[in-house]
Design a protein around this ligand. Structure first.
Ligand code: APR
Ligand code: PHB
Length: 391
């Protein structure tokens, strides 16, 4: 079967679904191809802090009702070193806030709204392959229900995450990856218990990193860092709660309610950027082009800024026959990507013990936290990055 559209989007994660809805709202024909089932896509647990770039897109699409009803606006968050809490007052320092709302819920809202908005999403599309991306008549082939299919388009948008086929379609002679892999992972636990504190706490304790986060006032999300060699089977819930209580310190521990885990996993940490984000008629967005470590929760927010730029560029092309924004997409997106990469990397460095760190490195971290605690300028730097740089 062969069909034709303006834009084929590969991947129905947050990046692909947001882009699909934005293009539909601009009257641009598009199709989203996803390898997995909807349930599988929704089973991925992701970070839960949204910048205004993400909340604004949901509002622009008129898909913000549940987010506004169930999400929690946070005026600040905390950095800690096991002894003291340094509050970063986002609202006072920047006049802005962040929205705590599960990124999985964003995906669900976008998924549920697709049929009503005429956004076609083809799930369980196997063997998706990109063809002729260097010309102006690229096409995609895939199979579904045992049949081969072809979709011709003017552009292909690769929103297929870190392991998808889009980035791999860009020749090595053109693309350049930049990467840092961290020597630890985050062990996360999700439980239906009230959070230990009304705002997030990121802590760098002698024994390692911990994060107290939440999905709602009834559902908590906590993390500790562990060596990559750790097995999840060796971490029964009680061991995780005990470790969290130590690392988060006595005040947070006193407010912590323990409960059975409803999800538990270890995720590796990586910083990755691929340049350029466009090659011919293929544009990359979201995790297909870059990965941030979760410290700072920038993953979905960067995907949101990418698709914001990409939608503008595609609208200029299809409405006004203006190809300049398409040509400029990569540079524009990368300028913001690198700044978010820098912030995520620096917060990761500040809040984690690295295997090679000695007493000197530890004192440097404590001194930096001390400086942040005493300097409005230092708090401002963190706050403006945390709420999100302008798009
Ligand atoms: N064919 C079709 N779809 C594919 C293929 C393929 N060969 N390979 C991967 N995909 C799909 C995945 O199944 C997934 O649903 O692409 C989607 C990519 O989604 P994500 O990995 O969530 O990436 P992205 O949408 O860029 O997410 C942006 O949101 O929740 C955060 O932390 C997350 O940083 C990430 C951000
Ligand atoms: C989460 O709630 O899962 C979360 C919050 C903040 C982060 C990372 C993850 O920086």
């Amino acid at each position: 079967m062969t069909m034709r559209t303006d834009v084929v989007i590969i991947g129905a994660g947050p990046a692909g679904l947001l882009l699909g809805h934005l293009l539909r709202a601009e009257g641009i024909a598009c199709v989203v191809l996803e390898r997995q089932t909807p349930d599988y896509v929704l089973s991925r647990i992701r970070a839960g802090v949204l910048e205004t770039v993400a909340t604004d897109l949901m509002t622009r699409l008129g898909l913000d009702a549940r987010m506004n009803a169930e999400g929690l606006w946070h005026n600040g968050f905390n950095l800690a070193d096991g002894e003291r809490l340094v509050r970063i007052d986002l609202a006072e320092l920047t006049g802005r806030k962040v929205m705590v709302y599960g990124q999985t819920e964003i995906t669900r809202d976008l998924m549920d709204a697709a049929p009503g908005r005429g956004l076609e999403v083809i799930y369980e599309a196997e063997d998706v392959a990109l063809h002729d991306i260097e010309g102006d008549a690229p096409y995609i082939t895939y199979s579904a229900d045992g049949t081969g299919h072809r979709i011709d388009a003017r552009f292909i948008c690769g929103c297929d995450g870190f392991y998808g086929p889009s980035r791999a379609a860009i020749p090595d002679s053109v693309g350049r990856p930049f990467e840092r892999v961290y020597p630890f992972g985050w062990l996360g636990i999700l439980a239906d218990v009230p959070p230990c504190n009304h705002e997030l706490i990121y802590t760098n304790h002698e024994r390692g990193f911990a994060l107290a986060s939440m999905r709602s006032m009834q559902r908590s999300r906590y993390y500790i860092d562990v060596p990559l060699t750790e097995k999840i089977e060796d971490w029964p819930d009680d061991r995780i709660w005990d470790e969290l209580a130590i690392r988060l310190g006595p005040d947070a521990a006193a407010g912590m309610t323990r409960g059975p885990s409803i999800e538990k996993s270890i995720a590796p940490l990586r910083s990755f950027v691929f340049e350029p984000m466009r090659h011919g008629s293929l544009m990359l967005a979201g995790d297909a082009a870059h990965i941030v470590p979760p410290t700072g929760a920038k993953g979905l927010n960067l995907a949101a800024s990418d698709v914001h730029y990409l939608c503008d560029a595609l609208t200029a092309y299809f409405r006004h026959n203006d190809a300049d924004a398409i040509a400029g997409y990569s540079d524009k997106a990368l300028a913001r990507v690198w700044k978010s990469e820098r912030f995520s990397w620096s917060l990761t460095n500040l809040m984690h013990r690295f295997p090679d760190d000695g007493p000197f490195e530890r004192r440097m971290q404590v001194a930096e936290l001390d400086y942040i605690a005493s300097s409005r300028a230092a708090q401002m730097v963190i706050a403006e990055n945390y709420v999100g740089l302008p798009v």
